[in-house]
Design a protein around this ligand. Sequence first.
Ligand code: GLP
Length: 261
Amino acid sequence: MEIIICKTKEEASRKAADLVAALIKAKPKAVLGLATGSTPVPMYQYLAKDCAAGKISFKQVKSWNLDEYYGLAPTHDQSYRYFMDKNLFDHIDIAKKNTHVLNGLAKDWKKEVAAYEAAIKKAGGIDLQVLGIGSDGHIAFNEPGSSLTSRTRIVSLTPQTIKDNARFFKKAADVPKQALSMGVGSIMEARRIVLLAFGANKADAVKGAVEGGVSQFCTASALQMHQDCWFFCDAAAAAKLKLRKYYAWRAEEALKAEMGA
Ligand code: GLP
């Protein structure tokens, strides 16, 4: 794990975007795993700017998203498909047919998730998976208690996640109680992982993920077992890390080496 701690979320987002852009330059047919939530938005904006400036092109890129609310149509303004279109896909030169989000209206969810996993496999697997983190340490919708070997499946959200996400809906009762989500085991198969965490309300989750024991009670902690995982945090999200000075000292060199600087 490399922990990159920046003063602001903008700086962290720019650095994370550089890592994504470097992959796309090196591999124009890259397969990306993408995340929703407010956290990756600034990084998506930087990638859109890079694309508009002709620095990168998504023309041959394929993407698969982590999760989708179960019961929401792709046209619903709180669906993750809608979110991805508005916050990224409509601003880059990606072919919409190459972007994949689980279908929240799938009648047979088992068929839907099996086809989703099979399609990722057929594309050669995910080169780089973008992640946010829930305030309870979840990744995608792998809530505390999810098996660390879980696959894409239907999940029930926790009251905490429903509360956290209620800000996007008219009222808490409108937040779906279930979602289709890639599993921890599925996520761990990505060749590289880039997790973003910003703000003081993520400090406990980051502490648990980086310095806690590997446990299904903080599913992000499974990332400690990943060979190529990068955390990009702002100062507030990193504030509770015991070894934060050491990470900062080490990460600067790692990032330079990675970007060929
Ligand atoms: C939801 C999503 C996660 C996301 C989390 C945090 O639970 N399924 O993928 O990481 O929200 O969202 P935010 O970035 O808005 O804090």
